[in-house]
Design a protein around this ligand. Structure first.
Ligand SMILES: N[C@@H](CCC(=O)N[C@@H](CSS)C(=O)NCC(=O)O)C(=O)O
Ligand SMILES: [Fe+2]
Length: 237
């Protein structure tokens, strides 16, 4: 009896949501659910016969509203989880090194600030998979121009907490904008165009990305500070 694993996609914000469960005990966690797809995810949890213990966010997302609150409404006993450093509302708060347990498995929470102060990467207990949120994206990384972002902090986080994992560890990000689904530590050590550079070159790249602000930022950040627990503001016209 092994691990149940599902990767789900929300196409408006290009967000990946992950469900992990112990096939034996059926205890499950969901990582980075999105409000608009919470019903779909709740249905899958039910169809697979899972007991959803935790709805976990990697950070206070700026580009979409978390599905945490919607899942809590639909699934009794499910607790919302985020890092203590995020400063957001939730049922359970994590510090570096804390464990999120489901059946015989657990996720180790590793603090990986730099995209936001409260970013956590979640590493499966056997180090075969890690869920990096926006700290590390496939051939990229999270932007550092808002939400307490810092290129030097992000560089340090990614190198010490993610790229130090075994080379065959699979890395699952919160987003991909080019249809990619997964990478590995070995691949990113070789091919990441930002993180293979020196710290100084990395900072220079990050300070000159010139990206537009996420379209949903004004609605998403306040709602996510409440971890989706309360009514969320409606979309501005
Ligand atoms: N166009 C999207 C937002 C795209 C974006 O800013 N993505 C973030 C992750 S969500 S906070 C990011 O860090 N991107 C880094 C990069 O290099 O693309 C929207 O309008 O929502
Ligand atoms: Fe983000």
């Amino acid at each position: 009896m092994g691990l149940i694993f599902r990767q789900l996609f929300e196409s408006v914000s290009s967000t990946y949501t992950y469900i992990l469960a112990d096939e034996e005990t059926k205890e499950a966690v969901i990582i980075d659910p999105v409000m608009e797809t919470a019903e779909r995810d709740a249905q899958l949890v039910e169809e697979l016969g899972l007991t959803l213990k935790y709805a976990v966010n990697t950070h206070v997302h700026a580009d979409h509203v978390t599905g945490t609150g919607e899942l809590k409404k639909r699934i009794g006993g499910c607790k919302s989880v985020i890092s203590k450093a995020a400063g957001a509302k939730a049922d359970m708060f994590l510090n570096n090194g804390d464990k999120v347990e489901f059946g015989k498995y657990h996720l180790e929470a590793r603090s990986t600030p730099g995209h936001t102060n409260g970013c956590m990467t979640y590493v499966l207990n056997d180090k075969s998979r890690a869920f990096t949120g926006d700290a590390l994206l496939i051939r990229g990384c999270g932007r550092t121009d808002f939400q307490q972002g810092s290129p030097l902090t992000l560089y340090e986080s990614v190198h010490t907490q993610i790229l130090s994992l075994p080379q065959d560890c699979l890395l699952y990000p919160a987003h991909d904008y080019k249809g990619r689904t997964v990478t590995s530590v070995g691949e990113e050590l070789k091919f990441n165009p930002r993180l293979t550079k020196s710290k100084e070159e990395f900072a220079n790249i990050m300070n000159n990305l010139n990206l537009n602000y996420p379209k949903q930022i004004d609605r998403a950040v306040p709602a996510n500070m409440m971890c989706g627990v309360f009514e969320t503001p409606s979309v501005s016209q």
